[in-house]
Design a protein around this ligand. Structure first.
Ligand SMILES: Nc1ncnc2c1ncn2[C@@H]1O[C@H](COP(=O)(O)OP(=O)(O)OP(=O)(O)O)[C@@H](O)[C@H]1O
Length: 778
């Protein structure tokens, strides 16, 4: 109301009784758009100058390449590297590069920060006159990266800079210096619209002698109503105060964030990565890892960081492909909930340790070592060999690293057998003889072949493959897993390919078996160099700084900051895997216990605590649901009350007036679901998601064939973190009965839609006369 009053007074002089209020509003809007367009034009002119500067720097550096002294070359590489990054950032075609503006009162003191903006948060004493008027003393534009004009005055403030914080933090209750906050909507180089919020509606503020105009109904609602695509958008223009507090929280050991569905946890996590890099690029040169539950969610979120001007330093990885740096494996399969529960449990740790040692002794392991040394035939028999193995395995080192010790003890035993030690009392002579004995034996093919078979170099994949043998696994899992559990795990390991849970086992095994030291690979010699002897004369080409940065990013197994999304789903074994990648890192952990698909949340929480150790935690809560309209959130809350009685559900920020629809299967499930999906495709502009029990994934894809790529079918566990304009949830009872965590998985499924939800019920759902399934009735 106050905003409207302001607007009226601002445009009074243009009052036109024929065209009415809306015409007046349009003309104020057009004028304000022109103002912002003029600013954006100035920004782009300045950006073009900066791009020319960066290109010149690159060119200059390339010229310096001809000078050739080592110092000049190193400097050239550094310069090319910096200029390249800068150019890349400037050249990035940002959609709405400039998205915000704040108009501020005079601050308490006249101090300016490094970005050229005044640092004071509160207004100066005399900034507000007793008659309720005030002057705007500073206007700041906020954008995806910062731009200074030729006099180092800020044309655009980077959204992550301290000066931009009031854009997100200021509220009418606690406005600070902000009088008006404006969100600017643009495409390419054209400003399309502005949306204003007044933080101090009670005052009359003037900018350059003119009263401040106010346009629109605020930016948040405009953003939430937009159609969804298959890629997540950034929320940089409409981050809310409670989210901003998480994004900008200092990188304490562990920043722990809980919030219900749609409260922006994933969005906040991604924006936080960009913020941390901006704050301390040097510290986070060690890389930021974002762990996501599924490849679908990785694909959905991948574009957000580049849109914020960040690439390269951040790796977003699905939990099922986290280990491919170490074990070279990626998950393609899902385990049944019961098998997943066993594989994810920390009990597996003991089983894996036993298996790694047991896998050293396959059924065809040799039981006799026979060599010829010093003209004599020497043998070690099964019992002697077993004794040596026991001694070596007494050590705690990874089994692959114990191989040299095993080799040494074999040689010792053979030397003993040879009787040569007793024949030479002179220690020097004896030592010489011993070393030639060792050389003799080691160079014998029969010895190396024996060692390879008797103490094979283990790979994680080989150990896991050995665990597919139910009898052997039963031996290694004695008193840890029951026979039913052993059968399930062994059977699942006999399939072609790995499951998500196998990846954590492989990663653990990598730590257990260890990586044997390998000789460094030499650069491949050019045969021509060898012919001419040139190779000796030419120094090997050094890596450039750029190449080095790329190589390190690829080889990285530990990170400076680890962000875990959907943390409630990590099993104890997965927490161990993630923990190994952030041993010296700071952490941001976001999750919602009510959405956990892990059947024993207490066990998962204990594992999380173990991974995070005693690091102090700073806890935040997000309370507002930005995704679901109130009508859908209300229905989902019924399932939450069954799944986690007493848990509060986040409050929905908007309502659409469209209630969820309940459909009952008539002729066939396929026909009903297809018809409902087609109906929703006609009602929304964006995407439609059809969520089914995991077992039905394949058939559901067939049901939807030919409906186009706006609609997708997904299993309940794959729906995690994703969202669609409309969803069809197929048979709540089937989803809920799928696993011990089924009700929580159903809660996830019901909270994916931004506009419309249809629930399809079969017989098993026991729908009432209106089609409402048993699980969703009051
Ligand atoms: N401040 C905001 N401005 C505009 N949109 C927002 C804002 N915060 C969140 N959203 C939107 O709300 C939706 C939900 O956000 P997000 O996926 O990050 O939530 P979440 O807490 O991770 O949800 P879930 O736990 O269900 O996976 C997204 O479309 C996101 O863009």
């Amino acid at each position: 109301m106050a905003a409207q009053a302001q607007q009226d007074s601002a445009v009074d002089s243009e009052h036109d009784p024929v065209r009415g209020d809306s015409a007046r509003e349009d003309s104020v809007r057009d004028r304000e758009i022109d103002v912002e367009q003029a600013h954006l034009d100035r920004v782009y002119r300045r950006l073009e100058e900066k791009i020319h500067e960066a290109e010149f720097l690159m060119h200059d550096a390339a010229q310096r390449g001809h000078v050739g002294t080592p110092g000049a070359l190193a400097e050239r590489d550094a310069q090319v590297f910096r200029a390249g990054i800068h150019l890349n950032r400037l050249n990035n075609e940002f959609e709405d590069f400039l998205f915000g503006r704040i108009d501020l009162l005079l601050g308490k003191d006249g101090k300016k920060g490094p970005d050229g903006a005044y640092t004071a948060v509160e207004p100066a004493e005399g900034a507000l006159r007793p008659d309720g008027t005030a002057d705007i003393a500073e206007t700041l534009h906020i954008g995806r990266i910062g731009v200074l004009d030729e006099d180092y005055a800020p044309l655009v403030i980077d959204w992550r800079a301290p000066a931009a914080a009031p854009f997100y933090r200021s509220t009418p209750v606690d406005p600070g210096r902000v009088v008006r906050r404006r969100v600017i909507r643009s495409k390419g180089r054209r400003v399309l619209g502005v949306e204003d919020d007044l933080m101090r509606p009670e005052i009359t503020a003037r900018l350059d002698g003119e009263e401040l105009a106010v346009v629109g109904d605020g930016a948040l609602m405009a953003a939430l109503g937009q159609a969804r695509t298959h890629s997540m958008r950034d929320i940089v223009a409409s981050i809310q105060a409670e989210q901003d507090r998480v994004i900008r929280a200092p990188a304490a050991s562990v920043t722990y964030v809980e919030g219900g569905p749609g409260t922006g946890k994933t969005a906040v996590a991604l924006h936080r990565a960009a913020y941390l890099l901006y704050q301390d690029r040097r510290r986070y040169a060690g890389g930021i890892l974002i762990v996501s539950p599924t490849p679908l969610l990785v694909a959905y979120t991948e574009g957000v960081l580049p849109s914020l001007g960040e690439e390269g330093q951040v790796a977003i990885r699905a939990i099922g492909s986290l280990a491919d740096d170490a074990a070279g494996a990626e998950a393609t399969l899902y385990d049944t909930p019961a098998t997943a529960r066993v594989k994810g449990s920390s009990r597996m740790l003991r089983v894996l340790r036993k298996a790694a040692r047991g896998a050293l002794e396959p059924a065809d392991s040799p039981t006799l070592l026979r060599v010829v040394a010093f003209g004599r035939r020497l043998e070690l028999e099964a019992e002697e060999l077993a004794g040596i193995r026991r001694t070596v395995l007494g050590g705690t080192a990874p089994v692959n690293l114990l191989r040299p010790r095993a080799r040494r003890l074999l040689l010792d035993a053979l030397w003993e057998k040879s009787g040569a030690a007793a024949r030479h009392t002179d220690p020097e002579l004896a030592a010489e003889l011993r070393s030639s004995f060792d050389e003799d034996v080691s160079s014998e093919d029969s010895f190396t072949a024996f060692l390879d078979a008797w103490w094979p170099e283990l790979t994680p994949a080989a150990v896991l493959a050995a665990m597919a043998d139910e009898r052997r696994l039963g031996r290694w899992a004695r008193r840890v897993l029951n026979p039913g559990e052993v059968r399930k795990v062994a059977r699942s390991l006999r399939r072609e390919g790995y499951s998500v849970h196998d990846i954590a086992l492989l990663d653990e095994l990598q730590a257990i078996v260890g990586t044997p030291a390998r000789p460094r690979k030499r650069r491949e010699a050019d045969p021509l160099d060898q012919l001419t002897g040139l190779e000796e004369l030419m120094p090997q080409r050094e890596e450039t700084q750029w190449e080095r940065a790329e190589r390190l990013a690829q080889e990285r197994t530990e990170y400076a900051h680890v962000i875990v999304d959907e943390a409630q789903d990590l099993t104890p074994m997965q927490w161990r895997m993630v923990g190994r990648r952030g041993r010296h890192a700071t952490w941001t952990v976001v999750g919602d216990p009510a959405q956990s698909s892990w059947s024993d949340p207490d066990e998962a929480a204990a594992a999380r605590d173990e991974a995070l150790g005693t690091r102090p935690r700073r806890r935040f809560e997000l309370t507002v649901n930005y995704r679901n309209p109130a009508e859908i959130a209300e229905l989902a809350a019924k399932v939450l009350a069954l799944a986690m009685p007493g848990s509060p559900s986040p409050s929905a920020v908007r309502s659409t007036g469209v209630r969820p629809r309940f459909a009952v299967v008539e002729d066939s499930l396929a026909g009903t679901v297809r018809a409902e999906a087609a109906r929703l495709l006609g009602l929304v502009d964006g995407t439609v998601g059809v969520v089914v029990a995991m077992d039905r994934r394949e058939e559901a894809r067939r049901w939807l064939a030919g409906l186009g790529d706006r609609v997708v079918a997904l299993g309940s566990l794959e729906a995690k973190g994703l969202e669609y304009d409309a969803t069809v949830v197929v048979s709540p009872a089937e989803i809920a009965d799928e696993s011990p965590a089924g009700l929580r998985v159903l809660y996830v499924a019901l909270t994916r839609a931004t506009q419309q939800l249809t629930v399809v019920s079969g017989e098993r759902d026991e729908p009432d006369a209106s089609g409402v399934p048993d699980l969703l009735r009051d």
